[in-house]
Structures are given as C-alpha cells and as structure tokens.
Design a protein around this ligand. Structure first.
Ligand SMILES: [Zn+2]
Length: 360
C-alpha cells in the first residue's frame, strides 16, 4: 500500500457483511497462466486509472501466495455501479464496496480468451489455466474461511463478482463455480453455535423430581434465574417453552415436551451432589441452559406401539369392533382407514378376516 497515508482515515462506511471474489482477467499470452500480483494491479488502478487506492483487499497469485493489498477497514473499489436515484436501495451503487471485502485471484478463468495486439489483430490465448490453480484454490478457501469467522460472514454472503446486483460482468470467469466454493466453505467453516432466544418471564420452568433432594440442590439456580417451579411432570408440556428438568424425570416426558414444541429441554440428572454442581456451574457462568452450546438432541426414536389384530366374528360390524376397542362406535373410521387394503366397503366384513386395530 504505497500511498497508504493518503486514504488511511477513509474507513469503510458500515460493517463488513460479505466477501466478493474476483479474477484479474490477466493471463500470460503465450502460456495462458495467471499473471500479475498486488503490485501490478495497484499500478493499473492507481497510476493507470487514477484511483486513490487499489481495487482489492486481497490478491492471491497463481502460486497461491496471499497478498494483503488494502487495509480491510478501507472500502475497495471492486463492485461499484451507477444507481443515482438509489432505486435498488444499494447505497447508490456503493453497497458492495462499503460492505464486502474484495479478494482477487490473479488469472482469467474463462475458456477461449483473446487479446488484441497493437495493430488491432485479435489473437487466441492458449486454453491452459482456465481455472484457479490448486494452490490458489487452497489459499482462497483458507483466507475466505478465516475472514468469514473474523467477521461472522454467513456462507451465502460469499459471492462472486457477477452475483452482485447492479454489476454486469463475467468476473471471475465463466469457469468459476460459486456454488462449489460455497459448498466447500460450508464444510470447512464450523457453523455458529445455535442461539436460543432468552425466555420471557413466565416461559421458563424448572421441574424438580424427587423434591426433597433436588429442591435444595436447585435453590441457588432458582434464586439466580427466577424460573417458575413445578414438581409435576404432567403439568409442564404446552405450558412452558423452556424446561429445565432436574433429577429423575422419565425420558418419555422429555420426549413429549420436545414433541409438543418446547424450545429447550435441559436435563440435569445425577446424584444430588452432581446436580448441585451442574446447576452451580451454570449459575457461575451466568448461563441459563446447558443447551446453549448444543442443539437439543433429537427425541429418541419411540417404539412403535404394539399392533393389535382382531379376527372378524360372525355378526361383527366396524362400529361394533370400534365400541369393543375404543368404547365408542363412532370411531369405526379409524379401523376402516387402517384396513383399506383388505376392506373395500366398510359395510362388508367377512368372518375370519384379520383387521389391524390401531391405537386410538
Ligand atoms: Zn470482479
């Protein structure tokens, strides 16, 4: 950044929200290999075109070298466009410059490239190096995932130049597949920890089994976070969205709370001493839920209920069977629906037919 003093105070207007990938559209005319680096691009932008500073925050050369070409705090002129009336709501065409870091790969990632010589004749550039080199690609993944984590950039905000609204360009070349890049980044960047919105008053309950021991073990936690308190597992589903279940609460109940849409079902189990330690640790960390760092586990697969079968007797009807199993003849449709493979007409039963009787 040879002229850094001239613009070092021109910090970008707004937060970094994304990362844009470019190519330089420069290739060796004889070999097709990537050419240029941060210094030659700077020379072109500043000395050739009169810009105050270079167009990219980072340049990755053909051998995979990462060059820090422009302070991240400075907006690079990489994807501005004209929108004088701001009809797109993109800061009059400066949105991408203000909010997206620019990474440029030296090279030209299209097939059938040409150049014009001094006499105006058009020549082909050999179709070698029409994709980023493996070294460049590795560096791109490493740099981009580092920046994504540094600025909390979601993978969908890693884009290539031609994906930026308002820009009309093939950059970074038609052979550059942005989906492939994002797919690989999604695999390398750890997903952010799931964030659970904090409960509003009245939304969190602590459920205490074995009341005597767990109650005293939980006092400190209750004092700190002021959840509602319940001692009865059957009162909890549907009533509270955040459930801290302490002590020996059956797994069936916990699965039931999750099934009915509880956002957090924290299970604090163990001996009274272990329970007190776990809850004390949460209090010390000012952390309401263990689940803050791990998504709630999938509910355990529930055993399918045992299938009841019934052999049709002479004189039976579906309503009679429904009364026998469910105590309500009007529920015959449940049996009919479960046996449509053998029953075509609900009025026609044949003694000896075996029917499945589903749970009501
Ligand atoms: Zn570009």
């Amino acid at each position: 950044m040879p002229n850094y003093d001239e613009y070092k105070d021109w910090q970008r207007d707004g937060d970094i929200l994304g990362i844009a990938v470019h190519h330089s559209a420069t290739a060796n005319r004889r070999t097709g290999a990537p050419s240029g680096d941060a210094f030659s691009f700077f020379d072109y932008h500043v000395n050739g075109r009169g810009w105050t500073h270079g167009g990219y925050n980072y340049v990755i050369t053909g051998d995979g070298t990462i060059q820090y070409a422009l302070d991240e705090k400075i907006a690079a002129y990489h994807a501005g466009f004209k929108d004088p009336d701001d009809e797109l709501g993109l800061e009059r065409g400066q949105y991408w410059n203000n909010h997206y870091l620019a990474i440029c790969l030296a090279g030209w990632f299209s097939t059938d490239r040409t150049y014009r010589d001094g006499d105006g004749n058009i020549h082909a550039i050999p179709n070698n190096f029409t994709r980023p080199t493996p070294e460049q690609w590795d560096s791109l993944l490493e740099l981009t995932s580092h920046l994504m984590q540094k600025y909390q950039v979601p993978v969908e905000n890693v884009r290539i130049h031609r994906e930026l609204t308002g820009n009309h360009t093939q950059c970074p070349g038609l052979n550059f597949d942005p989906e492939h890049l994002r797919h690989q980044l999604a695999e390398t960047v750890p997903p952010p920890p799931p964030t659970i919105p904090p409960p509003n008053p009245g939304e969190h309950v602590i459920l205490l089994a074995d009341t005597g021991d767990t109650f005293s073990a939980a006092l400190q936690y209750v004092w700190k976070f002021r959840p509602d308190v319940s001692f009865a597992p059957e009162t909890v589903a549907d009533r509270w969205k955040y459930i801290t279940a302490v002590g020996n609460i059956g797994a069936d109940w916990l699965a039931e709370y999750r099934r009915r849409g509880a956002l957090v079902v924290d299970q604090i189990s163990g001996s009274p001493v272990e329970i007190k330690d776990t809850l004390g640790g949460l209090v010390a960390q000012n952390r309401r839920f263990l689940a803050d760092e791990t998504p709630p586990p999938e509910p355990p697969p529930t055993e399918p209920p045992p299938v009841t079968r019934y052999t049709v007797q002479p004189g039976d009807s579906l309503s009679k069977i429904a009364r026998q199993f469910y105590g309500n003849p009007a529920l015959w449709t449940i049996i009919f629906d479960a046996n449509r493979d053998v029953l075509s007409d609900p009025r026609l039963l044949h003694p000896g037919q075996v029917l499945v009787i589903p749970p009501q």
